[in-house]
Design a protein around this ligand. Structure first.
Ligand code: SF4
Length: 387
C-alpha cells in the first residue's frame, strides 16, 4: 500500500483517478456510445466524455470505472454510525469510500470525498488498495460487516462488488450507504452479495430533489425496489431546519415509507452547518423529536432520532411494536442493553422483530460499543497492511 501526495490541481486529481480504473460491468453500447446503467441518471456517454458523476468515462467505446483505491479513510466504525440499527447491533463495520457522487447536495457531510471533483481546492488523497487488503483489514479489526460509504457507492459499484466477493467468502456481511438513485441492473449485479442497504431520503419535494441532482421518483422507486428484493433496508433523513422539516413534508415522506412497509426503520438525524449550507441552523433535539413523532404517528414501527446522543429521550432505543418492551437500549452509537433473542424475537411476547440479528442473541452482544467509535475518520486510519 502506498499513499500518494494530494495532487496540486483538479487536472492532476482527474489523471490520478483515471489511472485507478478498470473496464466496468454496468454499461452497454447504444447508438455508437456507451450507456452507463450504474445509477438512475443512465448517462449516454460519447467517446472521450464522462458521465454526470465524472468518475466513469467512455474510453474508445468502453466504460472505464473507478477501481483499486480508497479515499476518505478506511475506518472501523460501529454499524450504528452508518446508521443501521437493525443490523448486527454493536458490531464493527469496516467502511471504505472512493471519490465522486452523482448528486451535489449543498449540505453534504462527506463533501471532501463526494464532491472532490467539483471542489478541487479540497482534496482527499487516493490510497491504492486491493480487495484482499481491505478484507484482511476487516478481519484484523474484528469487523462483522464491510460497508461502501463516504461517496455514492452506486457510481463505484464494480469496485464494491469486487470487495464484497472476497468479503462474503470470508463470512462478512456487506452493505451500501447510498442516495438510492439506483437501477434494476445495479441491484441485479449487487444483490448476491448485499445484505443491507441504507438509503438517504433527503426530503419529499420533487423540485428540491432536482436541485440536489436527482429526482424524488427515482429515489422512491429505489426504496421500493430494495425492499421488494428482500435486501435489508433502513432509511435516513437528515433534518435541515427550514429546508425539509415542514410537518406536511415529513407526513408525506413517512406515509410513503409506511406504504412500502411499516417495518422500514426510519432514522431522522440532526444537521450541523456544513459545506455550502452554513447559513442554516443546526437541528435541535426538540425538532428531531417532533419529526420522530410524525413518523411514529404515520405508522412506522421503528423510528430513531440520531446525532444528538442522550438528548432525544426514548428515540435512540428499539421497542417491541407489540408489547412495547425495550429491546435495544443505546446511547449514541453504543449498545447498552440487547434483549432480542437468537431467533430474532422479543423475549417478552415472542413477536418477530424485523432485521439481521446477532445469532447468539443477548449472549452474543457486545455491550458498550467499540473503543474506536469516537476517533476522527482520517485517511488510512485502519491500515491496509499489518504493521
Ligand atoms: S454512475 Fe450514474 S452519473 Fe455516473 S456515468 Fe453512470 S449513470 Fe452517469
Amino acid at each position: 500500500m502506498r499513499q500518494r501526495d494530494p495532487p496540486a490541481a483538479s487536472v492532476s486529481l482527474v489523471g490520478e483517478m483515471d489511472r485507478h480504473t478498470a473496464i466496468g460491468t454496468l454499461w452497454r453500447t447504444e447508438d455508437g456510445r456507451v450507456r452507463c446503467v450504474a445509477c438512475g441518471h443512465r448517462c449516454l456517454i460519447a467517446a472521450g466524455r464522462r458521465g454526470i458523476c465524472k468518475v466513469r468515462f467512455n474510453d474508445a467505446g468502453q466504460l472505464r470505472v473507478p477501481f483499486g483505491y480508497v479515499a476518505g479513510g478506511l475506518a472501523s466504525d460501529p454499524v450504528e454510525k452508518k446508521p443501521f440499527f437493525h443490523v448486527y447491533p454493536g458490531s464493527d463495520a469496516l467502511t471504505f469510500g472512493m471519490l465522486g457522487c452523482d448528486f451535489h447536495c449543498p449540505y453534504c457531510q462527506n463533501w471532501v470525498t463526494s464532491q472532490a471533483l467539483r471542489e478541487p481546492a479540497f482534496l482527499s488523497p487516493l490510497v491504492e488498495a486491493t480487495p484482499e487488503q481491505i478484507v484482511r483489514a476487516a478481519q484484523r479489526q474484528g469487523a462483522r460487516l464491510v460497508v461502501s460509504s463516504y461517496n455514492e457507492p452506486l457510481i463505484t459499484a464494480e469496485w464494491a462488488a469486487a470487495i464484497f466477493r472476497q468479503a462474503t467468502q470470508a463470512g462478512l456481511a456487506c452493505a451500501f450507504v447510498s442516495n438510492g438513485n439506483t437501477t434494476t441492473e445495479a441491484l441485479d449485479f449487487l444483490q448476491p452479495r448485499l445484505a443491507a442497504y441504507k438509503i438517504d431520503l433527503k426530503g419529499f419535494d420533487s423540485q428540491r430533489y432536482r436541485k440536489l441532482g436527482g429526482t424524488l421518483d427515482m429515489v422512491t422507486a429505489g426504496i421500493r425496489a430494495v425492499r421488494e428484493r428482500g435486501i435489508w433496508l433502513e432509511v435516513v433523513t437528515l433534518l435541515v431546519p427550514g429546508f425539509n422539516d415542514s410537518d406536511a413534508e415529513l407526513r408525506a415522506m413517512t406515509q410513503f415509507l409506511v406504504s412500502v412497509s411499516p417495518d422500514i426503520p426510519w432514522h431522522v438525524t440532526a444537521f450541523h452547518p456544513d459545506y455550502k449550507m452554513t447559513g442554516f441552523p443546526a437541528t435541535t433535539a426538540r425538532q428531531l423529536i417532533h419529526a420522530a413523532e410524525i413518523g411514529s404517528e404515520a405508522g412506522l414501527r421503528f423510528v430513531y432520532a440520531g446525532n444528538l446522543p442522550g438528548r432525544v429521550g426514548p428515540w435512540e432505543n428499539t421497542f417491541c411494536p407489540q408489547c412495547r418492551a425495550a429491546l435495544i437500549e443505546r446511547a449514541g452509537y453504543r449498545v447498552r442493553e440487547y434483549r432480542i433473542t437468537a431467533a430474532g424475537q422479543c423475549p417478552n411476547c415472542q413477536t418477530a422483530i424485523p432485521g439481521l440479528w446477532l445469532p447468539g442473541g443477548a449472549a452474543g452482544a457486545r455491550l458498550g460499543g467499540p473503543a474506536r467509535e469516537l476517533s476522527p475518520r482520517l485517511p488510512g486510519r485502519v491500515p491496509l497492511r499489518q504493521p
